[in-house]
Design a protein around this ligand. Structure first.
Ligand SMILES: Nc1nc2c(ncn2[C@@H]2O[C@H](COP(=O)(O)OP(=O)(O)OP(=O)(O)O)[C@@H](O)[C@H]2O)c(=O)[nH]1
Ligand SMILES: [Mg+2]
Length: 181
């Protein structure tokens, strides 16, 4: 039985790993809109419109749409969230200064489209990181809404997506996540 493709939005503050996450998981050529950053954001390139990639997982075709992280491109959030089945909000554990912004993104998106979401906590391998429980407290969420993920690690990214799909599909499948390579 064929299922309609599922749209998943990957959002979060600058440098959380959104573009990396989509690049890591996509099995088709990723559409990227990274340009040289005009502000000091701790890296050279930044997404200015969207990232787009696709993959098959758990029998579904998933369309991954990444948002820009910079505030001045905030208008893209609602554009990209139209028709989305779920949201992955990426938050870098070593950048607590970005948590408020991340909470704002989460509140904005889920107030526009009340979709299931998970917090993907990246950069947990860095020094001086916040623990998952502390981040959950900051967001006022149960710790079960958070999962540590290295956006460069394909298995970890697939596990995260599998967990989100279980939330998007109430009759979600229990079998191990299968990513088509
Ligand atoms: N050490 C470490 N690095 C990571 C992890 N996840 C992602 N990265 C790196 O962090 C950087 C994130 O950059 P991007 O993927 O461009 O981040 P982004 O969220 O798309 O940023 P904007 O488009 O500017 O909003 C990349 O250099 C990744 O390789 C992680 O868990 N640990
Ligand atoms: Mg990006």
């Amino acid at each position: 039985m064929d299922f309609a493709p599922l749209k998943v939005v990957v959002s979060g503050p600058v440098g959380a790993g959104k573009s990396t996450y989509i690049r890591t998981l996509s099995t088709t050529t990723v559409v990227e809109t990274d340009e040289m950053a005009t502000e000091c954001i701790g890296k050279d390139l930044t997404t200015v419109a969207l990232d787009f990639g696709t993959l098959h997982i758990d029998g579904f075709e998933v369309l991954l749409f990444g948002t820009p992280g910079q505030e001045r491109f905030d208008f893209m959030w609602s554009v990209l969230c139209e028709g989305a089945a779920g949201l992955l909000l990426l938050v870098a554990a070593h950048r607590p200064g970005s948590f408020l912004k991340a909470r704002h993104i989460l509140e904005f998106i889920t107030s526009q489209v009340p979709i299931p979401f998970l917090l993907a906590v990246t950069h947990t391998d860095q020094e001086r990181v916040w623990e998952l429980e502390e981040i959950a407290d900051f967001f006022g969420l149960p710790v079960t809404d958070l999962l540590a993920v290295d956006a460069r690690d394909r298995s970890a990214c697939a596990r995260m997506l599998h967990r989100l799909l279980e939330r998007c599909l109430p009759t979600g499948r229990d079998e191990q996540s299968r990513v088509t390579a």
